[in-house]
Every structure is written in structure tokens, then in C-alpha cells.
Design a binder for this molecule. Structure first.
Ligand SMILES: Cc1cc2nc3c(=O)[nH]c(=O)nc-3n(C[C@H](O)[C@H](O)[C@H](O)COP(=O)(O)OP(=O)(O)OC[C@H]3O[C@@H](n4cnc5c(N)ncnc54)[C@H](O)[C@@H]3O)c2cc1C
Length: 216
């Protein structure tokens, strides 16, 4: 697997917890939905991060939540422009299938920074026939919302009423049935993915229409 050095261009702070790590792209090629392993140069320590930017951007963006007790995300947040990181990849198969690319109805369901691969999908393929359900705690966590068509993006906020829906994505899905032939992509924490998968199965979606990427 290719491992190459990339330079930090910028750290863009979005909220007190979340930031974008922007690296130079060089000639790095990927499919939207893939991730890389970022490592501290000459160290083994590394973590996986989905690519947030599109295939047409001339930089590589990663949307990262700083975990207060987590050593790696904290290290990344405090890097200066010009610092070097090792990037291994691209990796993973959470990419769009051909039916989705051809305009089949698609539902993208994310929790928190799990919106990252969907941001890359939609920026790379603007004509997709998609809807997004994004679950967060507060409305200021609608990371990258401007990339999505407003009528296709629904923000579920669980800790206050300033989103489009007050409650978790699971409650929203229980109140709003999903058609069996919809292709669903789920990304985020494992509890959300398990609960949402069970709801979609109850609606009769076959396993091949439920595609998942677990962050933690
Ligand atoms: C395929 C894949 C793609 C990933 N893509 C992203 C991404 O695009 N953005 C991103 O922020 N993270 C992503 N992660 C998670 C990331 O790899 C790290 O786990 C995260 O940055 C925490 O690392 P840490 O060393 O700071 O904390 P650690 O000490 O490793 O983790 C501490 C705890 O933090 C929690 N945690 C981990 N990630 C998150 C998160 N994103 N949001 C809330 N809580 C979390 C978990 O409970 C974890 O056990 C991805 C993971 C995988 C497997």
C-alpha cells in the first residue's frame, strides 16, 4: 500500500470540537467514500480518516472531531501549516454503486463526522438523486451543509430544537418510512448503524441496499 508524505496546508476550525485538516493533494487519486490512514512520520501510530473533499478539489480535506482524551485527533488539531504527515491509501469500499451514480433514489444517513464521505460523494457527483439525514447534538454541527441541496438535507438535532427535526435519526426514520428499493448508505458510530439497519430491515430493504461504514 502506498505511503507518502503530504504537507498540512491549513487547520480550519469549525466548532470547539471539530476541524478540517487540509493537506496538499499532489497526484493522490481516490474514489469518493474512501479513507486513508494518517500517521505521524516515522511512527507506527496512525488513525483512519474518510476523505471529505471531492475528486475535483486540488487539496485533501478531512473532517475530524477532536476527542478530549484521544491522543491522535488532538495532535492533528495542533499541527502548523507546513508540517508533514504520512498518508497511506486510499482504502475501503464505501464507494457509490453504479445504480446510485445513474440516479437511483438514495438515502445517506450520518451521525457526526460520518457526514464526511457523503460530502465527498455529493461534491464529486452533483447530480445524484439523494436525501441526507444527518444526526448531531447541536445545529452548529451541520458540517459542510452548504455542499448539499437545501431541499435534500435534513438535520436531526438531539439536544435542542434548532435543526429540521428534534430527535435522533432513528426516531426520524421510525416516523418517516423508507421505500424498499431505496439504496441506503450509513456512516458514523456503530450504535447508530446497528439501530438504523434494524429499522431499514423492518421496512423490507434487502441487505444489498444497506451499505455501511463504521467509524468507532
Ligand atoms: C474507516 C474509518 C474512517 C474514519 N473517519 C473519520 C473521520 O472522517 N473523522 C473522524 O473524526 N474520525 C474518523 N474515524 C475515527 C478515527 O480513526 C479515530 O478513531 C478518532 O480520530 C479518534 O482518535 P484519537 O486517537 O484521538 O482517540 P482514541 O483514543 O483512539 O478514541 C477515543 C474514543 O473516541 C471515540 N471516537 C472516535 N472517533 C470519533 C468521532 N469521529 N466522533 C466521536 N467520537 C469518536 C470512540 O469512542 C473512541 O473509542 C474513522 C475511523 C474509521 C475506522
Amino acid at each position: 500500500m502506498k505511503r507518502r508524505k503530504h504537507r498540512v496546508l491549513e487547520i480550519i476550525n469549525l466548532t470547539p470540537e471539530t476541524f478540517i485538516l487540509r493537506l496538499d493533494r499532489q497526484d493522490f487519486q481516490f474514489e469518493p467514500g474512501q479513507y486513508v490512514v494518517i500517521r505521524i512520520p516515522d511512527e507506527q501510530k496512525g488513525r483512519e480518516y474518510s476523505i471529505f473533499s471531492s475528486t475535483t478539489d486540488n487539496y485533501l480535506d478531512f473532517l475530524i472531531r477532536e476527542i478530549p482524551s484521544g491522543e491522535f485527533s488532538r495532535y492533528l488539531r495542533h499541527l502548523e501549516p507546513g508540517s508533514e504527515l504520512d498518508v497511506e491509501g486510499p482504502k475501503g469500499y464505501f464507494i457509490l454503486n453504479e445504480k446510485t451514480k445513474l440516479g437511483h433514489p438514495t438515502l445517506l444517513i450520518a451521525s457526526g463526522t460520518g457526514i464526511s464521505p457523503f460530502h465527498s460523494y455529493v461534491k464529486s457527483y452533483p447530480d445524484l438523486n439523494y436525501r441526507v439525514l444527518h444526526g448531531v447534538h447541536f445545529a452548529d454541527e451541520a458540517y459542510g451543509r452548504e455542499a448539499f441541496k437545501p431541499e435534500r438535507y435534513f438535520l436531526c438535532t438531539s439536544r435542542h430544537e434548532k435543526g429540521d427535526y428534534f430527535g435522533r435519526v432513528t426516531s426520524c426514520l421510525k416516523e418517516n418510512p423508507v421505500q424498499k428499493d431505496t439504496i441506503c448508505y450509513l456512516c458514523g458510530n456503530s450504535d447508530m448503524i446497528e439501530e438504523v439497519t434494524a429499522i431499514l430491515e423492518k421496512y423490507g430493504l434487502p441487505p444489498e441496499n444497506i451499505r455501511t461504514e463504521v467509524f468507532f
